[in-house]
Design a protein. Structure first.
Length: 134
């Protein structure tokens, strides 16, 4: 019975490791990209053409006669951003992407690094349980 419990705990640790590891990779990639845009992008004025609600709120914007989709915070979608309004965004021409200039990209970047430490903990815990004998 104790062998089954150890095996089950190992499977749970492996599952936790995989979930947090995959999540941390996506979060790290996204925040690294946004942080780069924040540091190297230029401020531009765009016009909001449409708002899309639902699970993820976004705005369709017009910049140089081309339409783009930009993710919004729920508060922006419900209150702050209006159709037809001119808003200022950070734009990185080489990647052709936009973000809001007030987005706290560096803070989210450090949080993503923390999320990378969580799966590392589960990995070491799993290795210690299964391979280190006392």
């Amino acid at each position: 019975k104790s062998c089954k419990n150890l095996m089950m705990k190992g499977i749970i640790d492996l599952f936790n490791f995989l979930i947090f590891f995959i999540f941390s990779i996506f979060l790290y990639r996204e925040t690294t990209e946004e942080n780069y845009i924040q540091m190297n992008g230029e401020l531009v004025e765009v016009i909001v053409i449409n708002l899309q609600g639902g699970r993820t709120c976004s705005a369709i914007i017009d910049y140089n006669q081309k339409n783009y989709k930009v993710k919004l915070a729920k508060t922006d979608c419900n209150n702050r951003v209006l159709i037809g309004e001119k808003i200022t965004l950070k734009y990185l021409k080489e990647w052709d992407k936009f973000i809001f200039p007030e987005k706290r990209t560096l803070l989210i970047y450090y949080i993503s690094l923390f999320f990378f430490l969580v799966p590392t903990y589960f990995l070491f815990k799993m290795i210690r349980k299964n391979f280190v004998k006392y």
